[in-house]
Every structure is written in structure tokens, then in C-alpha cells.
Design a protein around this ligand. Structure first.
Ligand code: FUB
Length: 360
């Protein structure tokens, strides 16, 4: 599947540089940020003064906090491993309610304050425990290997202070920290291709390992239980089993259904929903299971391909309604300069999810 782009002159987009100021922006973008040709979008960018992606949303203290990647035009050459996603800091966004004004709380964590980091701050997540807020983030270390770090704050919006080392035994990208009803936290993570998951077999790194071939079984996402310190795994990292309705593993050839990146887990009516992106076929899919480790059985598509190459999301419940946070490239038309959005998500009686399409 090809990514679909349209062009919008950069001069039309109001971009402010990163700073530590709090900035109020309207949930609706300014008219000058709209594309020249009229398209019908399911929703509009939540902010248009910076580029944001990979929105991990949480409700803390009855307010919605969004932990996105902060896309920037660094000029890094595009390559197959996503080198052009060359992000250097995180901002936290928040809002009282869906459709309300969005606050950008400024820089929450800068790569220069992460002692072990080399480059590329990718999709983060956050959690609240022990009276503190934890920001989990994947970044390449100085040897160019992705690991997952943690940074701590007394406030959901940060600023966050990074631990001196990455989480021991963590690797690859896209952490999702899920709290089960019994209070136990689990981290799901992993992403193939540029996210390097294919280089980690049996939790050992092999820099020469290649992407799986079409004949091979697809790589599986990973899970580990977190210790109460929220900064370490309490067990060896395990694979999360993802199967089709007949209980079969996906092959790499099933790339419209197999896991690529962007794990997000939530619980609905007692079932665990493991949701993810299929990457090179650009779908957001979901699979359900009876416990945090799976197996998870593939159920269908949540969101059809959006504008841009990547598709990455989070799902939360607030005041009895469910919401999908996602991104596309409406503002820039460029793969690596994305904007976050939100729309309502609907469940059918049987627990299946109504498939959404972001643009017509
Ligand atoms: O934003 C960088 C990477 O792009 C994320 O980590 C992936 O999930 C994809 O959205």
C-alpha cells in the first residue's frame, strides 16, 4: 500500500519553536493551517504550532494528558530505518475535555538531559504510581541501539528527570505501560524494521539480524511486568502471542495483520485488548485475550490507513465514552511531520470495534 500525501506550503503553518512556556491553543486549527484542497477529515489536529505524533493519552486528576512524539524538521535524510524521525525532545499536551482548549506545557524532557541517549526520541508513554508520574521513552543509545528509558516528575506535565541508565533488559521501541485492575503494571513494547525488534531473538542482540522473510513467522511484541519502583522489570522479557481466529501464528507474509509497532493495551468488559499498527500496510488493528500475556486473537481493523506512512494511537475511556487518539500528516503532507487528533471510538454489543476511516 502506498502512503498518500498532499502538499501544503510550510509557510501556511504556524510553527513556534520549542520552549518551556505554557501555550494555550484551540482544539480546532487555524484556517491558515488547512489544506488548499478541501478534504473531509474525521477530526482536526489538536495543535498546529508544533508537529506531534504517536499520542499516548491518559486521564490523570480528571484531565486528559497526551504524551506524543515531537516531530521536527531536522533535515536528516529519509531512509528505510526511519532516520528522518530524528526527534530531540518531548512536549506534554493536556485538555479538560474532548473538544476543549489544548495546553502545550512546553519541553517536558530534552535529549541532552538523558545521559545515555544518542539520537531519535520515539513514541513515549506515561504512568502514575507511588505518587509520581513516569515518562517511558525509546531512544537510541550511543551505540545506536534502541532502549527504553524512564524519567520521573511530581506533575503529569513534567518537567521529567531522566534516570541515568535505560531500563535494564529493555530494547526496541514504543513502550505501552498498562495497569491491570489488581494494580500490577506491565510494559508492552517492540517495533520491527527501524525499531530493531528483529535484532532481538531470545532477548539477545544481534546487529546483523535481518528483517524476517515472507516465509518466516512474524516477530512478536514483547511484555514484561514492572517492579514497584516502576524503573525495572520483575521478570525476563517474554513474547506476546498474537494469533488468528484458528489459533495460528501470523507469518511475515500476513503483513496486513501481523504486529509491526505501536502496542496499546486496555481492558473492556473484562477482556484485554491488544492493539497495534501493521506498519507497512498501515492499519491499526486489535486482538483480544483473557490475560495480560495473551494469547491475543486477531479481531479486526480499528483505523484504516491515515495520510502519511505511520499509524499510531492510544485508546482511553472518559465519562463513559471511548476515544481513539491517532495522528496523520494533514498539516505538512510529510511522513515525518505529523499532527495528533482524537475521535470517538464505538464498540458493538459483542465487544467488536467499529472500524474508522480518517479521511475521504
Ligand atoms: O514516531 C517514531 C515512530 O514512528 C514511532 O515510534 C512508531 O510507532 C512510528 O509511529
Amino acid at each position: 500500500m502506498k502512503s498518500k500525501h498532499f502538499f501544503i506550503g510550510l509557510s501556511m503553518v504556524a510553527i513556534v519553536s520549542c520552549n518551556s512556556q505554557t501555550e494555550e491553543t484551540k482544539a480546532e486549527p487555524t484556517t491558515e493551517a488547512k489544506p488548499p484542497q478541501e478534504k473531509e477529515y474525521l477530526s482536526q489536529p489538536l495543535v498546529s504550532h508544533i508537529y506531534t505524533a504517536d499520542p499516548s493519552a491518559h486521564v490523570f486528576n480528571n484531565r486528559i494528558y497526551i504524551y506524543p512524539s515531537h516531530d521536527t524538521a531536522t533535515g536528516t535524510k529519509e531512509d528505510d530505518l526511519g532516520g528522518h524521525f530524528d526527534m530531540r525532545d518531548y512536549h506534554v499536551l493536556s485538555m479538560d475535555s474532548i473538544g476543549g482548549p489544548v495546553t502545550d506545557h512546553g519541553v517536558a524532557l530534552d535529549i541532552k538531559n538523558v545521559p545515555w541517549a544518542g539520537r531519535q526520541m520515539w513514541a513515549p508513554d506515561a504512568a502514575f504510581a507511588n505518587g509520581k508520574y513516569y515518562l517511558y521513552f525509546p531512544v537510541k543509545n550511543k551505540q545506536d541501539v534502541f532502549q527504553i528509558g524512564v524519567a520521573v516528575s511530581d506533575k503529569p506535565e513534567g518537567p521529567f528527570t531522566a534516570e541515568k541508565e535505560p531500563i535494564k533488559n529493555s530494547y526496541s521501541i514504543d513502550p505501552c505501560v498498562f495497569k491491570d485492575d489488581d494494580g500490577q503494571f506491565y510494559m508492552y513494547f517492540g517495533g520491527i524494521w527501524g525499531g530493531q525488534l528483529q535484532r532481538w531473538n531470545h532477548n539477545k542482540y544481534d546487529s546483523a539480524a535481518k528483517n524476517r522473510t515472507k516465509e518466516e513467522m512474524a516477530a512478536l511484541p514483547r511484555i514484561a511486568k514492572l517492579n514497584a519502583d516502576m524503573n525495572s522489570f520483575s521478570e525476563p522479557v517474554k513474547e506476546v502471542k498474537l494469533v488468528d481466529k484458528e489459533g495460528r501464528n501470523f507469518g511475515e507474509k500476513d503483513n496486513d495483520k501481523r504486529f509491526f509497532e505501536a502496542a496499546w493495551v486496555f481492558k473492556y468488559k473484562g477482556k484485554y485488548y491488544f492493539t497495534y499498527s501493521t506498519g507497512d500496510t498501515h492499519f491499526l488493528c486489535y486482538a483480544t485475550g483473557d490475560n495480560p500475556y495473551g494469547p491475543f486473537t486477531y479481531q479486526g481493523v480499528i483505523l484504516n490507513p491515515v495520510e502519511g506512512w505511520t499509524n499510531h494511537h492510544s485508546i482511553i475511556e472518559m465519562n463513559g465514552k471511548w476515544y481513539l487518539f491517532y495522528h496523520d500528516t494533514q498539516l505538512s503532507g510529510k511522513t515525518h511531520l505529523r499532527n495528533v487528533k482524537v475521535t470517538e471510538l464505538k464498540f458493538n454489543e459483542d465487544g467488536s470495534i467499529e472500524t474508522l476511516t480518517a479521511q475521504k
